[in-house]
Design a protein around this ligand. Structure first.
Ligand SMILES: Nc1ncnc2c1ncn2[C@@H]1O[C@H](COP(=O)(O)OP(=O)(O)OP(=O)(O)O)[C@@H](O)[C@H]1O
Ligand SMILES: [Mg+2]
Length: 267
């Protein structure tokens, strides 16, 4: 099971859209995929028709179980979506209270690692959608994932949020621990605007190691898709935005292919 988290401390940069679209593409290729909504606002849950204000079972269950020393039970939390192979662990409003409740308790940063361990036979891919703030939820996502995707809106001041995210990353990673591989994904790119082009150039200059070589374009299809409860590739596979995320997914899967190929060559 591969676990990828989507995070950026800046709001509205395309985190939820990235999780939904990559999740849809993976499911469309036949991979059993789990989306995890770690944002108390629950945009990811709402995308698939679940109301975060009215969820009896959500990832909040896991935090409760750990603080009560009871067993984590993922079964009532995992829901189906309208898409075959695509499942969801929804958020609930109660998550917003976690930082106050749990800040000082030990082990609360490892709740999601424990919860995802319980479903590791069921899913091939897990995509965690993070809230735009640093807190116990983001800490859990960063601890649980093996790869971090950082969508950055190509606009004026885009770098500010990214700098904060990078600082957070180095703060939460203890020394001696292997650095978490991360990929910066320029989003909402509009090649006609100066702001988009300047910002993309600056990102490539400042983060040459971590930047994705391409961009996700502005596409109003994402907003239309969010009203239907289907990821854009399921609704309009030829949309510019869907094609861009398909290329992103190919690039994300590439290293795995290389390892498999190398293994095949070696045997
Ligand atoms: N490439 C794109 N082109 C046009 N609109 C987009 C694109 N990506 C996302 N959007 C739209 O921008 C809005 C914000 O996107 P999204 O919810 O994915 O951001 P977010 O980073 O998850 O926000 P938050 O920090 O509030 O959770 C949504 O209405 C979404 O449909
Ligand atoms: Mg979001």
């Amino acid at each position: 099971m591969k676990i990828w988290a989507v995070a950026n401390q800046k709001g509205g940069v395309g985190k939820t859209t990235t999780a939904v679209t990559l999740g849809g593409l993976l499911a469309g290729k036949g991979h059993k995929t789990l989306l995890v909504d770690m944002d108390p606002h629950g945009s990811l849950s709402a995308y698939f028709g679940f109301d975060p204000d009215d969820m009896s079972d959500s990832i909040y269950n896991f935090f409760q179980a750990v603080s009560n020393n009871s067993k984590i039970d993922p079964d009532p939390v995992v829901r189906d979506t309208r898409v075959t192979n695509l499942h969801l662990m929804p958020a609930s409003m109660a998550l917003a209270t976690l930082d106050r409740q749990l800040a000082i308790r030990k082990g609360t940063g490892l709740v999601m690692i424990k919860a995802l361990r319980e479903v590791k036979e069921k899913f091939e891919y897990v995509l965690i959608d993070c809230p735009p703030v640093l807190g116990i939820l983001m800490i859990n996502a960063l601890a649980a994932c093996e790869r971090l995707l950082i969508p950055v809106q190509t606009e004026f001041l885009a770098q500010k949020g990214l700098e904060r995210m990078m600082k957070t990353l180095s703060m939460v990673q203890s020394s001696g621990q292997e650095a978490l591989p991360c990929l910066i994904i320029p989003t909402m790119y509009d090649r006609r605007t100066r702001a988009s082009n300047d910002s993309w150039t600056a990102l490539r200059e400042n983060y040459p190691q971590d930047i994705w070589t391409s961009t996700i374009p502005v596409d109003t299809g994402f907003r239309d898709a969010s009203k239907t409860g289907l990821p854009l590739p399921m609704l309009r596979p030829r949309a510019r935005g869907a094609i861009a995320y398909e290329k992103l997914l190919q690039d994300l899967l590439e290293p795995e292919k290389t390892v498999v190929e190398l293994q095949a060559r070696a045997s």
